[in-house]
Every structure is written in structure tokens, then in C-alpha cells.
Design a protein around this ligand. Structure first.
Ligand code: GLN
Ligand code: ZN
Length: 760
């Protein structure tokens, strides 16, 4: 191969028209036979390889394709099936594989969790003393398939052993070395067989190396790669890291591997500094991840070229591979269908296919000289410049306010102790007030009404009348159930971010911007491309209408700035922190509009604060500080008597309790029911001295909980929390639940509350 090879680390599975998702769902629904399903998936897989080949990528990843998730694939390959699935050895059957992912009648699904700091979720392997067996050599099979079917000399992708074990559960940290000893022979067999087959490069993904490591971890990594190198010295192993700068750079680049892949889009500065300071070993290839694999923006290719040239001072191009910074799994497939967007915006987008074009172009620029591709380079520079220069990105008022953020109010007028007294005088709520988290069931009728309106079959007033009717029905129901603080029900919202994005300046909605979130579930995040600004009230009408129907307080319902940020594709010309402040200031106007319209309780949901946590511990404090500030900017200007609520969807918050306190919300509700015990336990360690509701039942299940169960949950919580500050609520919004079960559960909840009130 000539100078500077091009490569990729992984391609989206879902397909340009989400055909992968559709095939999975048809198979699960029994509408597609297994054989036909396997054929269909093979066709999709080969098509994706072919596309990469046609683009001119030299080293095409194979084996990154999955039937659900690559960590689940790895666990299956190693025969790691928990006993409850009744697995009898051999290649894991498709039905067992999906049972692990999704659960079945006999066994509950394996846990699912976030893949590093992305919105992708993987299935957590349960080791629990299982003996691993190599049931199939997946990377090898993928390699053979690509070669036989398409003549592609692929680069098999393998999840590294260290990352795999670190992401698994069912063992004590002290057992890690023993586990490495147990699993290594299987990995040795995989790489030995790859070497025997004549594979040239294998990509071994070890993203865990960018997280904060323990000192012994470096020794463990060394042990693994020495062993793998010993059995397959002729195989080129690319130790691939991504999502951040690598920890322990000097040790990592000295491992007995032939290549090290680094991310030069995230943590770029540190990776670059490390290379320039310590150099790069002369016997290794550098995987230079210069095209951002996580964002949807076109690169300024002249800047990328400068970066490559700068790297070439430490590593000659003959030993460099240009590639995206990570797998392209985290970006949509192609911008081709994005014709409805503002042309300045659509010209500045790059999804997976366009990013591969960028990689190839950079390789050509080095091989043939920049002159050969000057027109393309200029076009990329111009597209980025045009978007930067567009009016949408220069809202002077927004810029100035966000830039001088210290001068914006971010503290309530009085401290909580004082607000609490005034609010109690104002609302006269009973002991253990009851409420819900915001949404009520989005029934098929609600969804079809929205469809009719979106398609133009219904005009605005027909749709509004429908929504009003839903609100009225549920206001009556809430009164009848006996809840103390009511909500309007969020019937007008599809999604808690999209709804606000559609009403704020600076957001755009793509046609094809789908990415895999977990399994077949795809999400289409809004695009924050311009300065975010408030245009007109977004939620006032519905809240005011609801309030007009009751003498009880109605909680206004907003999505918080950090959640809106973390669930969107965000512009990359200014910092995320600045964007968060812009959203916060826009939301503040909504909070003030609600208050002015007589809404005296306002909930600002932040279920996604945790999702933005940086991968490196050294950076979490800075992130949490600005995230908290953003929340406070949107909620601090209200009167003492206006009660600010917030809601979070998780219970692991022991590491962020300070930040949760610092939000200074009058009331917080936290999702807890699935690990109630654990959470309650944490309150034995720290005190929490503002209003708090720990969900008293799990809304993720259709089961209607018994009154007695909730009574004991409440009593247990009251042992560790101040009863006078405790709220009773379900643990999350009810939009995914059915109507009957919701009403029944809420009735049980108010009955449980009545019993506890009476006992006390
Ligand atoms: N208010 C939102 C709802 O009830 C909160 C959703 C969430 O926490 N994800 O649906
Ligand atoms: Zn929630």
C-alpha cells in the first residue's frame, strides 16, 4: 500500500432506511422466518461493506456488524449465557441471544447500560463464575465472509479483553487477574486463528484505556498483549482507543502491538501533546482518528490536513492510518435525504458516508498532494465557514448574555429554609404530598391525533381541542384519585426534547438523522446549529388551561437545559457549556412566562445530567459545575413562593450528591423503585434537606403494585429522610403506560399515602 492508508473503525448497522431495525422487529414479531431473517441481515451487512469498498477505504472493518449489540456478540462468542436462559453449549442460538437482550417469558433480560459517554447502550455481560468457551471465532467468520463474497481483505474488529472484562459484572475487583488468566487462552485462540488465516490487521478495541485507570491496570494490559503477541507475532494488532485521550500514553504505545489508534477529535489536545512530548515508537503504526466519529458536522479538511501534517513530524505517513475518531455507529448513515433543511446547514453536515469520503479525501491529499483535491478541500472549508457566518449563529443578544454568564442571576432570592415556609403558607399541602412526574399515557388515540395534525388532516384548532379534552379528562381523574399537586399530562409532546427544540430558535430537525440507541431502538436527536433563543411561550397555554380547571396547584413542566443539550447533536464551533447557558437563558424566559401566568410550581426535568459526565474523573467536577449553573440560570429568578421541582431518572447519584444539592430545587423526584434499597441506603450516609420524592413504584412495568408494597416503601424511606420534606410519586413519567393500569396504580398510591398519614 502506498503512503498513508485509510481506514474506518465501524459502520452504522441500522441501514439508510432503518432496514436493519425493521428486519429485527419483523423477526421478533414472528413475521419473518429465521432463515429469511438471517439472509436479510447478511444482505444488509454485505451492502455496508460494499459501500465502504466503493468509497475507497483501504482497511474496511468487518465483524463490527451485529444482530443487536457488539458486547452481547462478544459474550455469546465466549459462551457466556447466564443459567436462567437454559443454554446448553455450542453456538448461542438466535433465540437465546435475543432472550438475553430482551428477556422472555422464563427469564428477565440482562442489564443494559450506556456505552461510555455515548447514547448507545450495550448489554452487560454477567460472568458470575461462568466458564468461557470459544463457541465461534466471530472476527474470523466475518473476515472469511467479506473475502469470499466481496473479495474484501477486511480488518476484523474484536472487543479487547480488558475492556470486555471491565464492562462486565458478576465478579469482585480482586478476581480480575484470575479472570484475565481464564479468558486469555480464548483470545489467544482467536488471534492465532486470524494469523493462520493470513489476516493482515485486526482492530482490537480497548476504549476503556481512555478512562481513569488504576496503576495495576497497565500491568494487566501488558500481560494481555504480551500473551496475544506471543501466539500471533505476525498478525498486525491495532490497539484501538477512542472517545478521549489515552491514559498512560507512554506505557500504551510501548505494548507489543503493531499499531495504536488514538482519537484526535475528543481529547485531541492531550493525545497530540503526548505524541509531541514523548514521540511515537518507530516500530508502530499510528491510527490517526482525525475525522470526528461522534458529531454530524462536516470537517474543515484543511484543518484536518494540518493536523495530519503536524502528526507526521512524529510518525511518517508510511506508518500512519487516517481514520474516523471512533466507530461511525454513533452517527446517522447519509445526508443524502436531508434536502428539506436550510442549504447552508445541510451543506455543513456529514454523516457516516460523508465522513468516509472525508477520510478518503485526506488520504488522497497526502498521497497525491493537496493540489489534486484542492476543489474538495476548498468546498469543505467554505461549507463550514458559511454556516459559521450565517445569521443563525450571530444572535448578538444571546452571545453577550451567555458570554457574561457571571452577571446573570443564578441564586434564588432567599435560602431554602425561608422559601419553604413561604411556600407552605402559600400551598398548604398535606403531610406527604402526592404528585406525578408529568406525563400521562400517550394512548393510541393521542398518537393518532398527532399524526392527523402533522399530516394536515386536522387543523391546529382541531388538534388543540383534542389536547384540551385529554387535559380535562385527566384533571378530573387526578382530582378523583385525590392527588395533591396536578399536572396537565404532556399530551401535546412527542418527546421531551423535540417539543422544545421545535419552539426555540437555533434547532433543526433532520429527516434521516437516526442513530441506534439500544437494540432496534433508534433516536433522531434534534440538531442545535444556531444560537438558542426563546421565541414565544411554549407551555403556558396548556398549563394555564389545566390550572383553570382546579383549585389545586398545577405543576408546569419543562425539560432542563442540560437534558436538551445531552439529547441533541450540538454545534461544535462553541463549547457545550456555552450552548447549555444559551438554552438555560431561553428556558428562564419560559419559567418567567409560566410564573407570570399564575403557574406557581414549575418542574424542570434533568433526567440526562448524568449522561454528560466526562469519561475522566478529573473533568467531572468542571462539567457538573456548569451543568448545575445552567439549571440554576433557568430557575433562579422566580419568587420565593414559586416552587421549583426537578426530576432525574436514575438512582446512582452518590457521586453527584453535592451537585444535586447545589441545584437548589425546592423538590426533587428521583427514579428509585428498581433499586430502592440501594438508594435508601445512601441516605443513611448523606443527608438531604430539601423536598424529595423517591418514586414509590416502578413505572417501567405494567404491573399494578399493591397498596401494602408502597406503604412499606414509604415507611422505609421515612426512616432516613425528613418526613416533612417527603413527597409521594411514581418513579418516572407515565407516558408509556396504559390507561387502566395507570389509574389503578395511582389509586393504590394515594391509598398507601392515606394509610401512612393515618399511622403517623
Ligand atoms: N416529565 C417527563 C415525563 O413525565 C419526565 C420524563 C423523564 O424523566 N424522562 O414524561
Ligand atoms: Zn424519569
Amino acid at each position: 500500500m502506498g503512503k498513508l492508508t485509510s481506514s474506518s473503525l465501524g459502520y452504522p448497522r441500522i441501514g439508510a432506511n432503518r432496514e436493519w431495525k425493521k428486519a429485527l422487529e419483523a423477526f421478533w414479531a414472528g413475521k419473518l422466518e429465521e432463515a429469511a431473517f438471517l439472509e436479510e441481515l447478511k444482505a444488509i451487512r454485505l451492502h455496508h461493506l460494499q459501500k465502504q469498498q466503493e468509497k475507497g477505504i483501504d482497511l474496511i472493518p468487518v465483524g463490527d456488524f451485529s444482530f443487536y449489540d457488539h458486547i452481547l456478540d462478544t459474550a455469546s462468542m465466549l459462551g457466556l449465557v447466564p443459567a436462567r436462559f437454559g443454554y446448553e453449549g455450542g453456538i448461542v442460538p438466535v433465540s437465546t441471544y435475543y432472550a438475553m437482550a430482551r428477556g422472555n417469558k422464563e427469564a428477565s433480560a440482562c442489564e443494559m447500560t450506556k456505552w461510555f459517554n455515548t447514547n448507545y447502550h450495550y448489554i452487560v455481560p454477567e460472568l458470575n463464575g461462568l466458564s468461557p468457551v470459544l463457541t465461534q471465532n466471530r472476527p474470523l467468520e466475518a473476515y472469511r465472509e467479506a473475502k469470499q463474497e466481496l473479495g474484501i481483505e477486511g480488518k476484523p474488529v474484536l472487543v479487547g479483553l480488558f475492556t470486555f472484562l471491565k464492562l462486565s459484572k458478576g465478579y469482585e475487583p480482586a478476581q480480575l487477574d484470575e479472570l484475565i488468566g481464564q479468558y486469555l487462552p480464548l483470545y489467544e485462540q482467536i488471534v492465532r486463528e486470524l494469523a493462520q488465516e493470513g489476516v493482515q490487521w485486526v482492530q482490537i478495541d480497548e476504549p476503556i484505556l481512555v478512562t481513569s485507570l488504576e496503576p495495576e491496570d497497565v500491568q494487566r494490559i501488558r500481560r494481555i498483549y504480551e500473551a496475544l503477541h506471543a501466539v500471533a507475532p505476525e498478525l498486525n494488532m491495532m490497539l484501538q482507543t477512542y472517545f478521549e485521550s489515552v491514559e498512560s500514553y507512554e506505557e500504551i504505545v510501548r505494548l507489543p502491538v503493531q499499531g495504536v489508534g488514538l482519537d484526535f477529535a475528543h481529547g485531541a489536545k492531550r493525545n497530540l501533546e503526548a505524541i509531541e512530548k514523548h514521540g511515537f515508537p518507530e516500530d508502530k503504526v499510528l491510527g490517526a482518528g482525525v475525522i470526528d466519529g461522534r458529531n454530524i458536522w462536516r470537517a474543515d479538511l484543511s484543518a484536518s490536513l494540518d493536523l495530519l501534517n503536524r502528526l507526521s513530524a512524529a510518525v511518517p505517513f508510511e506508518r500512519m492510518i487516517v481514520q474516523p475518531s471512533s466507530s461511525l455507529l454513533h452517527v446517522p448513515v447519509t445526508t443524502a435525504p436531508e434536502t428539506a433543511l436550510d442549504p447552508v446547514l445541510s451543506a455543513a453536515l456529514a454523516y457516516a458516508d460523508e465522513k468516509l469520503d472525508e477520510v478518503v479525501l485526506l488520504a488522497r491529499a497526502i498521497r497525491e498532494g493537496a493540489d489534486a483535491v484542492q476543489a474538495e478541500l476548498d468546498a469543505s472549508v467554505q461549507a463550514v465557514a458559511a454556516l459559521n457566518a450565517s445569521a443563525s449563529r450571530s444572535n448578538v443578544k444571546v452571545r453577550e448574555a451567555a458570554a457574561n454568564i457571571e452577571s446573570q442571576p443564578s441564586t434564588r432570592h432567599s435560602a431554602f429554609a425561608e422559601r419553604r415556609v413561604r411556600q407552605q403558607e402559600r400551598f398548604r399541602l398535606p403531610f406527604l404530598p402526592t404528585t406525578t412526574i408529568g406525563s400521562f399515557p400517550q394512548t393510541p388515540e393521542v398518537r393518532s391525533a398527532r399524526q392527523k395534525w402533522r399530516k394536515g388532516e386536522w387543523n391546529d384548532s382541531q388538534y388543540e381541542a383534542f389536547v384540551k379534552n385529554e387535559i380535562r379528562t385527566w384533571m378530573d381523574l387526578q382530582e378523583e384519585i385525590g392527588l395533591d399537586v396536578l399536572v396537565h399530562g404532556e399530551f401535546e409532546r412527542t418527546d421531551m426534547v423535540e417539543f422544545f427544540g421545535e419552539k426555540l430558535a437555533g434547532f433543526a430537525f433532520t429527516k434521516n438523522g437516526w442513530v441506534q440507541s439500544y437494540g432496534s431502538r433508534c433516536v433522531k436527536p434534534p440538531v442545535i446549529y444556531g444560537d438558542v433563543a426563546f421565541i414565544e411561550p411554549m407551555t403556558v397555554k396548556e398549563s394555564v388551561y389545566a390550572q383553570s380547571l382546579t383549585a389545586k396547584p398545577v405543576k408546569g413542566m419543562l425539560t432542563g437545559p442540560v437534558t436538551i443539550l445531552n439529547w441533541s447533536f450540538v454545534r461544535n464551533d462553541i463549547s457545550r457549556e456555552q450552548v447549555a447557558y444559551q438554552i438555560a437563558l431561553a428556558l428562564r424566559e419560559e419559567v418567567e412566562a409560566l410564573e407570570a401566568a399564575g403557574i406557581e410550581m414549575i418542574q424542570v426535568d434533568e433526567p440526562a445530567i448524568r449522561e454528560g459526565l466526562p469519561l475522566k474523573q478529573s473533568e467531572t467536577e468542571y462539567y457538573l459545575d456548569w451543568a448545575v449553573l445552567a439549571f440554576r440560570l433557568s430557575t433562579s429568578t422566580v419568587k420565593d413562593t414559586t416552587q421549583i421541582h426537578t426530576h432525574m431518572c436514575y438512582c446512582e447519584f452518590h457521586d453527584m450528591i453535592e451537585s444535586i444539592r447545589a441545584l437548589d430545587a425546592d423538590v426533587i423526584s428521583i427514579e428509585t423503585s428498581r433499586s430502592h434499597g440501594e438508594l435508601i441506603h445512601s441516605f443513611e450516609e448523606f443527608t438531604y434537606d430539601k423536598g424529595i420524592g423517591l418514586g414509590v413504584y416502578d413505572i417501567h412495568s405494567p404491573r399494578v403494585p399493591e397498596v401494602g408494597e408502597m406503604v412499606s416503601m414509604i415507611n422505609r424511606a421515612l426512616e432516613v429522610l425528613d418526613p416533612s420534606l417527603f413527597w409521594i410519586n411514581p418513579d418516572c413519567g407515565l407516558k408509556t403506560r396504559g390507561l387502566t393500569e395507570t389509574v389503578a396504580s395511582l389509586r393504590h398510591m394515594t391509598e398507601a399515602t392515606r394509610q401512612v398519614r393515618e399511622e403517623r
